[in-house]
Design a protein around this ligand. Structure first.
Ligand SMILES: Cc1cc2nc3c(=O)[nH]c(=O)nc-3n(C[C@H](O)[C@H](O)[C@H](O)COP(=O)(O)OP(=O)(O)OC[C@H]3O[C@@H](n4cnc5c(N)ncnc54)[C@H](O)[C@@H]3O)c2cc1C
Length: 420
């Protein structure tokens, strides 16, 4: 197999935007490897609108948003292989993949961009009690069945978890004629965007029960009923608060995990908080020339931010291919403390960073009348106030290079502080 300057693993929105940006920055030889039978990633099954408000100032469906990038990839003549599963990535950037036409093959690359997206947390990972009947699906699987395969997973539905996919599927199942009895959420706040709670639950009269979990699943062949109960601050069910719902389907929307088996095989260090690679402001991992972007790096709520981040990864991969190096000089760690769960990137290269760098982050709880405050050493360099910060909504702060040039600064800290 021919050598490529840049191999991109995953042809979702992240892989597509990274490829286009690398081409704009002078990389001729690009190959996208995608295991599915078409480009576009998870967007192909997201037929609701709400995509692209930031990028195109229009409300598009997922497939429409993806199509705009796919057309440009085709116009640019960027190579891609579909139905091709990447099996392994080595630290020396040799990528092993297989498909029905080429069999198993290896491609040596100068740089690799990881853009494999994420997967849903399964029932096994959640330790739910009760029988193991048919009728239990992850929300994303149900979405694929309804929107791509034209099959209804069930008629009476309970949903556990209020992540965006669960909220969107509550509306989708209702529009297809199912009765969604309730959405139960373990945490005292929703894991999804506010706009999805309003548009997908409130508008259809679907109750959201916060601080609740599933304590029993009945049914030997098919789900017959699901019992939920209130949980205390220790997240353990409180006896006597059980409510039983007769239903034939339980959908799980309990979090997404970056697809990181390949990152691990490539020797990439993962963050224990995001489960995605640890990267610097160039979105480069600890392995020189391996970059990461999109949901494989950390789970995003909006695809527009995935596209922006991926464009940066493409630009930096191009720089690496040109110069053979990206990192040199002073590197400042970015510490997430006091209510901030993580930041991406988690380090910045002071001399090489652009004039501004966007740091994306999530908070660990709901905070009211607070600010996200950034310190360079002891000096405050940024403060962004907001009425409410919630874990379901990704936040960002902008770092300015001019604020970081002082040689005495040894670290950056980002924290939540109470206002007034
Ligand atoms: C149900 C749902 C609803 C959403 N709603 C919205 C919304 O309303 N608005 C919005 O802006 N965003 C929304 N999003 C978010 C948006 O879809 C994601 O942020 C975006 O798709 C992430 O892009 P990605 O390229 O990182 O990952 P993906 O889209 O998951 O693409 C990753 C690609 O990598 C491929 N891949 C993985 N492993 C391999 C391998 N080993 N070999 C080859 N290929 C591989 C996969 O097949 C996939 O095509 C939603 C997401 C979901 C799941």
């Amino acid at each position: 197999m021919k050598q490529y300057e840049l191999v991109i693993v995953g042809g979702g929105p992240a892989g597509l935007a990274a490829a286009l940006s690398a081409r704009e920055n002078g990389v001729q030889d690009i190959l996208i490897l995608e295991r599915d039978n078409k480009l576009g990633g998870i967007l192909n099954q997201c037929i609701h609108n709400g995509f692209g408000l930031h990028t195109f100032k229009e409300e598009l469906t997922g497939p429409e948003y993806a199509a705009r990038f796919i057309e440009r990839v085709k116009e640019q003549g960027i190579d891609y292989k579909l139905n091709t599963m990447v099996m392994d990535i080595r630290e020396d950037k040799v990528v092993t993949a297989m498909n029905a036409t080429d069999g198993m093959f290896t491609i040596p690359a100068k740089a690799v961009i990881l853009a494999m997206g994420c997967r849903e947390r399964s029932r096994g990972a959640l330790n739910l009690p009760g029988y193991r009947p048919a009728g239990i699906f992850s929300a994303g699987t149900a979405q694929r069945l309804v929107n791509i395969e034209g099959k209804m997973p069930g008629r009476r539905v309970v949903i556990l978890g209020s992540g965006d996919i669960g909220l969107i599927m509550a509306r989708r199942m209702t529009l297809e004629g199912a009765k969604v009895e309730v959405v139960a959420e373990l945490m005292p706040y929703s894991g999804g965007l506010k706009r999805n709670i309003v548009q997908c639950l409130d508008d259809f009269g679907i109750p959201l029960k916060l601080s609740h979990t599933v304590v029993d699943i009945e049914g030997k062949d098919r789900v017959k009923a699901v019992t939920i109960a209130k949980v205390g601050p220790d997240r353990k069910p409180i006896e006597g608060t059980e409510e039983r719902y007769e239903c034939d389907t339980l959908l799980l929307s309990c979090g997404l995990i970056p697809e990181n088996e390949l990152s691990k095989s490539g020797g990439v260090t993962l963050s224990p908080v995001t489960n995605g690679p640890v990267v610097n402001d160039a979105l480069e991992t600890n392995v020189e020339g391996i970059f990461a972007c999109g949901n494989v790096l950390h789970v995003h709520d909006l695809v527009d931010f995935v596209s922006q981040e991926a464009a940066n990864a493409g630009e930096y991969a191009a720089e690496y291919i040109r110069n053979g190096k990206t990192a040199a000089g002073r590197v400042l760690p970015v510490r997430a403390v006091d209510g901030v769960r993580y930041t991406v990137p988690s380090m910045v290269r002071v001399e090489q960073m652009q004039d501004t760098v966007t740091v994306r982050l999530r908070v660990g709880d709901v905070y009211q009348d607070c600010a996200i405050v950034t310190y360079a050493g002891d000096k405050e360099i940024g403060r962004r106030k907001k009425k409410v910060f919630a874990p379901g909504e990704m936040e960002q702060v902008i770092l300015r290079k001019a604020d970081l040039m002082d040689a005495d600064i040894s670290e950056l800290t980002i924290r939540i502080e109470k206002e007034g």
